[in-house]
Ligand binder design. Structure first.
Ligand code: FES
Length: 121
């Protein structure tokens, strides 16, 4: 099992990638009347990182689907669109969608395929 430090390294590798990353194995979820999607992106080293895609404003954003505290999946987290945060369902940490913890990035859908678009680091 990867350590917390190991997961941090995976975050860094996500940062280091410069192209659009296909999101694989997309699944739909209805969370309190709101559609969310989960899937994976594959890194250049072969690791797969789980992502959670959220509708925020007029767009879509993908975040890591693990809390930085204890790696709990964030699918059931409460989204605050005004504050731009996702509340962890386990211990209530308020996690900014964009930033060092969740690595939020825009998502585009082209020809039926979802892509995470890495922005400048
Ligand atoms: S596991 Fe998310 S705040 Fe503790």
């Amino acid at each position: 099992m990867p350590t917390i430090w190991g997961r941090r390294l995976l975050f860094c590798q996500w940062d280091a990638m410069s192209e659009e990353l296909p999101i694989e194995h997309i699944q739909d979820h209805d969370i309190r009347g709101e559609t969310r999607w989960t899937g994976y992106v594959k890194l250049s080293n072969g690791y797969r990182v789980g992502v959670l895609v959220l509708a925020v404003g007029d767009g879509l954003i993908a975040v890591r689907n693990r809390c930085p505290h204890r790696a709990v999946p964030l699918l059931q987290g409460r989204l605050d669109q005004t504050a731009g945060t996702l509340e962890c369902p386990s211990h209530g940490w308020e996690l900014p969608l964009v930033g060092s913890d969740l690595k939020g990035a825009p998502v585009v859908k082209r020809d039926g395929q979802w892509f995470l678009v890495r922005t400048a680091v």
